[in-house]
Ligand binder design. Structure first.
Ligand SMILES: Nc1nc2c(c(=O)[nH]1)N[C@H]1C(S)=C(S)[C@@H](COP(=O)(O)O)O[C@H]1N2
Ligand SMILES: [Mo]
Length: 338
């Protein structure tokens, strides 16, 4: 069911431009897709493709909320609910957790408390938008967990494991994604903790190159000329900084807060700027060539989802944008560049 307004910090993407995020293709395996369920006891159940299609079907309209700030409302999925799948196997489980495991090169997975997964109406889906699920979106089979950030929905689902104790998923274990992932509470990321002193030393040295400083709070500092090549700065907060002439080539600044920042002649060559906020920033001479700007904001949006042009970033002919990449902006943001 569609809920309005959007969860905090999310913006609408166009339904016909469903972005793909993360891994792009499944790993090798037998051609015929099967789904395996492993109980806590180790007991296994397996469904062939035909057996899956014969299970009770559910059509669900799911609001997709990606942690990099784009949402698509009411995406229609068809599949079998996790509850019906368990029922069909005669499994009544008191397991605490469920892990969804992908057939992918890195054995991608994600987990949830089993009670939450059931209550949220988790779907094992093979169809979206009335078509077989496309491979980039996890076809032939993916899990879909309504009411959680989309990283809780695994593409190329091949195994479901019931667990007594939780086993963190790939993004949760390696990249600090929040394990609870509730978009209404903005449970996006956990940052590694930097102590005050460490932060102060780093800010004074103005060299972040190659460092993992996710979530760093650098608000209001003079960081002109900062070197931050290939730095991991997701979810960092630079609001009100002077970052003129800084070098963020290859850096990950997804969801970074860059509102009210002086970014004159700053380089974002090939940087990941998904979900970053540039409201009211000065972008004269900045270079966005090769940067990924999906879900980035160049002006805040109001309650109606319209951009507040008065609070837009400022740029001119010396700002370098890839026109092709501007197509990736969410519809409301794109209007700024027309
Ligand atoms: N196997 C697998 N599943 C995955 C991922 C991944 O990298 N590998 N990324 C997750 C993330 S972060 C998101 S936002 C969604 C993206 O799904 P989409 O590409 O269909 O939009 O898949 C999730 N499931
Ligand atoms: Mo994501």
């Amino acid at each position: 069911m569609t809920q309005f307004p959007l969860p905090p910090g999310q913006q609408l993407a166009a339904a016909h431009k469903w972005p793909f995020v993360g891994e792009r293709a499944p790993g090798q395996g037998p051609e015929a897709w099967t789904l395996t369920l492993v109980e806590v006891s180790g007991r296994r159940h397996q469904w062939s493709w035909d057996q899956l299609l014969a299970l009770p079907r559910t059509r669900l309209e799911v609001d997709i909320h990606c942690v990099t700030r784009w949402s698509i409302l009411a995406m229609p999925f068809v599949g079998v609910t996790l509850a019906d799948l368990l029922k069909s196997a005669g499994v009544v489980s008191s397991a605490g957790f469920v892990s969804f495991v992908a057939r992918s090169d890195r054995r991608h997975s994600t987990s949830l408390p089993l009670a939450d997964a059931l209550e949220l109406n988790t779907l094992i889906a093979w169809e979206a938008q009335a078509k077989p699920l496309e491979s980039v979106h996890g076809g032939p089979l993916r899990s879909v967990v309504p009411g959680r950030y989309f990283y809780k929905s695994v593409k190329w689902l091949e195994r479901i494991e019931l667990l007594d104790s939780d086993r963190l998923g790939y993004w949760e274990a390696t990249a600090g994604y929040h394990n609870a992932a509730d978009p209404w509470r903005e449970q996006r990321y956990l940052a590694p903790s930097l102590d005050r002193r460490e932060t102060a030393n780093l800010l004074a040295a103005r060299d972040f190159s190659g460092l993992d400083l996710r979530g760093i709070d650098a608000r209001g500092h003079n960081l002109a000329g900062l070197q931050a090549v290939n730095a991991l700065l997701r979810d960092s907060d630079f609001r009100g900084c002077d970052l003129s002439g800084a070098n963020f080539a290859g850096a990950n600044l997804s969801n970074a807060r860059l509102a009210d920042v002086n970014l004159r002649s700053t380089s974002f060559l090939g940087a990941d700027l998904e979900g970053a906020d540039f409201s009211r920033a000065e972008l004269q001479g900045a270079n966005f060539t090769g940067a990924s700007i999906f879900g980035a904001s160049f002006a805040p949006v109001d309650d109606q989802g319209q951009v507040v042009t008065n609070d837009s970033a400022r740029w001119d002919h010396t700002t370098q944008f890839d026109s092709a990449r501007l197509e990736d902006l969410l519809p409301a943001q794109r209007t700024l560049f027309q």
